[in-house]
Write a protein that binds this ligand. Structure first.
Ligand code: PMM
Length: 319
């Protein structure tokens, strides 16, 4: 146990990724094997993951659909064993039948990248089970999603489409308090779209739902690196996003590199604690020292302004 860890209640939930697929872009299908999958998930939990998101269908751009039975053959044995080991599990699926089987095994969350659009039976299942549900922004299946990446203002459009998705889920009987929203980075989004969604995360938060971010090892982070860099080289950029997303108030982070994410969240937490006034020495009645007032812009010297500690670093106006 690492001493002085950020208390889990004071940081975003860390969701460790376990893709039990032979063709995942981000981990090269390494956890398709049952024992490897279990070892990896156990390591992620020992490192600090709060729950493990198990998926059996690749959603990389261009990927073909996997029949639900095949998906279940991949994920259910792993989920059963993880839950037997006392690990909290979420199921990453667009199929209501897979979600239902995983619910019977005891998963605590259903993560549907289609937000309930791909399978009409999903919203009813979520309503009846009362489980937490991740509704990701989605416009179509991986095979043709690249052509669907057209927006007027990506943040406003994604926000509106998510708002309509929540309304449809409520009509199906889903408790809105159970809905977690995800902008769906990389799903019918260009790199520029992803960066805009990250930079303006707070606009999604104004919908009043918990927000989850899945930036981990995605292609837009590969663009920051040499062309032949392995996908794991994207972890430092992912961790930086995790800290910035925490500052933006996200509820959860879906990541491959749990150790790096936790380290980034430690920095974020201590950085914010560093803003607090120093504690008053015992036995003294002096008031605690005041924080220096931030230097505010004056009409005559607009260039002398400096951001207040809570200002977003990108300087964009937040709602
Ligand atoms: N991305 C992938 C798979 N599942 N679920 C949510 N909620 N958000 C995401 O961004 C997301 C997801 C694809 O990435 P992977 O192949 O690394 O799992």
């Amino acid at each position: 146990m690492v001493s002085g860890r950020v208390p889990p209640s004071r940081r975003p939930v860390i969701i460790g990724i376990l893709n039990v697929t032979p063709d995942s872009f981000s981990d090269g299908g390494r956890y398709h094997d049952f024992d490897n999958a279990l070892d990896h998930a156990t390591r992620l939990v020992e490192t600090g993951a709060d729950l493990i998101d198990v998926g059996g269908e690749s959603t990389r751009p261009g990927a073909e659909r996997v029949p639900a039975k095949k998906e279940q053959g991949r994920v259910l044995p792993v989920i059963r064993e993880l839950i037997d080991r006392g690990i909290r599990v979420s199921i990453d699926t667009m199929n209501a039948s897979t979600a239902a089987a995983a619910l019977d095994l005891g998963v605590v969350l259903v993560n549907d990248v289609s937000g309930g659009l791909a399978d009409k039976a999903m919203p009813r299942l979520i309503a009846e089970s009362g489980i937490d549900f991740v509704a990701m922004h989605w416009r179509g299946h991986s095979k043709n999603m690249t052509q669907l990446a057209t927006y007027n203002d990506v943040v406003r459009d994604v926000r509106n489409e998510l708002k309509h998705r929540v309304a449809a889920l409520i009509v199906a009987g889903v408790d809105p308090a159970k809905v977690i929203l995800d902008p769906g980075l990389g799903f019918a989004k260009t790199s520029a779209h992803n960066w805009q969604l990250l930079g303006r995360l707070r606009e999604l938060e104004t919908l009043g739902h918990r927000v989850l971010i899945g930036a981990s090892r995605k292609r837009f982070l590969g663009e920051l690196l040499p062309e032949d860099a392995p996908t794991s080289d994207r972890d430092p950029a992912t961790s930086t996003i995790s800290a910035l997303a925490a500052e933006s108030g996200v509820w959860g982070l879906r990541v491959h590199d749990v150790a790096g994410t936790l380290a980034a969240l430690e920095v974020w937490y201590r950085w914010n604690n560093g803003r607090m006034p120093a504690p008053r020495p015992l036995g003294t009645s002096a008031p605690p020292p005041k924080l220096p007032a931030p230097s505010l812009p004056t009409p005559s010297s607009p260039t002398q302004s400096s951001p207040t500690p809570s200002s977003p670093s990108n300087g964009r106006k937040q709602q």
